[in-house]
Write a protein that binds this ligand. Structure first.
Ligand code: MTE
Ligand code: MO
Length: 466
């Protein structure tokens, strides 16, 4: 409007993140974002931009480049930059410090999809072991890696009456029984590339079958820490329905209360991964492990748990990680679909290699993984070497040590055939869990624009060169 003021850049810069009224600039406009911070999906991360232009940040976090976000910002318009401060008609924009400079070094064997933020999958040939080595465990970061100091790290439990209790890492390691849980983490985008190939284009990182891993996680049960903080886990207040988790870099997600307090749900605040401190990429020094649920709920670098009537208000809970119908590709009604929590039956072929026999008698070992969400056990793995006409059962490994109250780990399986049976053939795998859930034969019926929860039969042509 015509009554808006003009501001000098020097005045704007005093409204930085330490100011009581933080401002940001976009284009030539000045916005007072004080009243937006509480509702901002990324929480107070937006304060990084306070006192200057928000644009370099939005160039990095391009989810902001939508009309919806622009409209919200317009509500906070207070004026314009004085023309004396314009250079060639524009507000000069400072370059910002790269928020990824502190990201750790990664193992060269990971297959990188994006490096800022880091998104990298495990080559499936390295998924042959029951426990996935941490160095090659897939990395799925939405933002940068916050470099946290164990001695300074605190976890706040916020109860529904507003009461808060704070725990140091030493409290969590020493004052609570440490539980060891072996559990799969699987990204909801695992095998998205297969859906794209088998159906239609999908939006999102085009993961193959390596956005999954199985690790041993150690730490106190969330349930025990909640009880200590004064939450009545035996008779929880009716109005509390969700446990929300906040990560130190701004990511957030939630799980239903029933999972959070189920003594057999095995939700833990993990301080260790495969027996050592959790590496920075995987949540050092503390992450949630919600076994049997999609990995997006296992919040890394967790520093706050909020017991609430509501789900997490984060972008990643409300506007992502949901599935819609194969036809629903225009404007899905985000509020209608529930957030993905437990995941369906999954299986994949990770590797085929020659072993034993010679010439005509050469054998090929086909191997892979099978996993189901919700703690459901894999009871059978079916393999076909004629593209699904006839089937046989693969042999599942006997697991070295499968810790936890339910089946949170994958099953590694192997199937040996004479090479002459698979030359030129398409090998297929599908698995069944103890609820007799299976996998869809093709991708089209479960197609969804974002390519979440791809779980159709995995088909791979045998290639003797590989
Ligand atoms: N937690 C935080 N704080 N930030 C994140 O970006 N990504 C989530 C989840 N927890 C994420 C997070 C997603 S989508 C996945 S698939 C898993 O972490 C990946 O865990 P990993 O990188 O240890 O494999
Ligand atoms: Mo994910």
């Amino acid at each position: 409007g015509g009554t808006k003021r003009t501001f000098r850049l020097s005045e704007v810069s005093s409204h930085n993140q330490d100011s009581e009224r933080p401002w940001v600039v976009k284009g030539k406009n000045v916005y007072d974002i004080t009243d937006w911070i509480a509702g901002h999906p990324g929480g107070n991360v937006i304060l990084r931009a306070a006192g200057g232009s928000v644009e370099p940040y939005w160039n990095i976090f391009s989810i902001h480049k939508t009309q919806e976000v622009y409209d919200i910002l317009e509500e906070f318009l207070i004026g314009h930059i004085d023309s004396q401060d314009l250079v060639d008609g524009h507000v000069p924009v400072d370059s910002i410090e790269d928020p990824f400079v502190q990201d750790p070094k990664r193992d060269q064997r990971l297959i990188i999809h994006t490096d800022k933020p880091m998104n990298a999958e495990t080559p499936t040939s390295l998924l042959s072991t029951f426990l996935t080595p941490v160095d090659v465990f897939y990395v799925r970061n939405h933002l940068w890696v916050p470099r946290l100091v164990e001695k300074e790290h605190k976890l706040v439990i916020e109860l529904d009456d507003g009461e808060e209790k704070e725990y140091t890492m030493s409290d969590l390691r020493k004052n609570f029984k440490q539980h060891k849980i072996t559990a799969v983490l699987q990204c909801s985008g695992n095998r998205r590339a297969h859906m794209t190939e088998g159906s239609r284009p999908t939006n999102g990182l085009q993961w193959e079958a390596g956005a999954i891993g199985n690790a041993e996680w150690t730490g106190p049960r969330l349930r025990d820490v909640l009880a200590d903080a004064g939450f009545n886990v035996a008779a929880p207040p009716d109005k509390v329905q969700h446990a929300q988790f906040v990560g130190a870099e701004a990511y957030g997600a939630s799980i239903p209360l029933s999972k959070a307090i189920d003594p057999r749900g095995d939700v833990i605040l993990a301080c260790q991964m495969n027996g050592k401190d959790i590496p920075p990429d995987h949540g050092f020094p503390l992450r949630v492990i919600a076994p049997g649920h999609v990995a997006a709920r296992s919040v890394k670098w967790v520093n706050r748990v909020i017991m609430s009537e509501e789900e997490s208000t984060s972008q990643w809970q409300k506007r992502d990680y949901k599935c819609f119908g194969p036809n629903d590709t225009e404007k899905p009604d985000w509020d209608m679909a529930p957030a993905i929590q437990e995941t369906p039956v999954q299986s994949a072929i990770t590797h085929m290699h020659r072993k034993g026999g010679k010439g005509e008698a050469q054998d090929v070992v086909i191997e892979g993984y099978a996993f189901s969400g919700g703690g459901r056990k894999i009871i059978r793995v079916d393999v076909s070497t004629d593209n699904g006409l006839t089937w046989n059962q693969a042999k599942m490994d006997i697991d070295p040590e499968n810790n936890g109250s339910q089946d949170w780990s994958w099953k590694r399986w192997r199937y040996t055939v004479p090479e002459k049976k698979v030359l030129g053939a398409t090998v297929v795998v599908k698995a069944v869990d103890n609820a007799y859930n299976g996998q869809p034969e093709s991708h089209e019926p479960t197609y969804n624009l974002r390519g979440h929860l791809t779980a159709a039969w995995h088909r791979v042509k045998y290639d003797p060169q590989k």
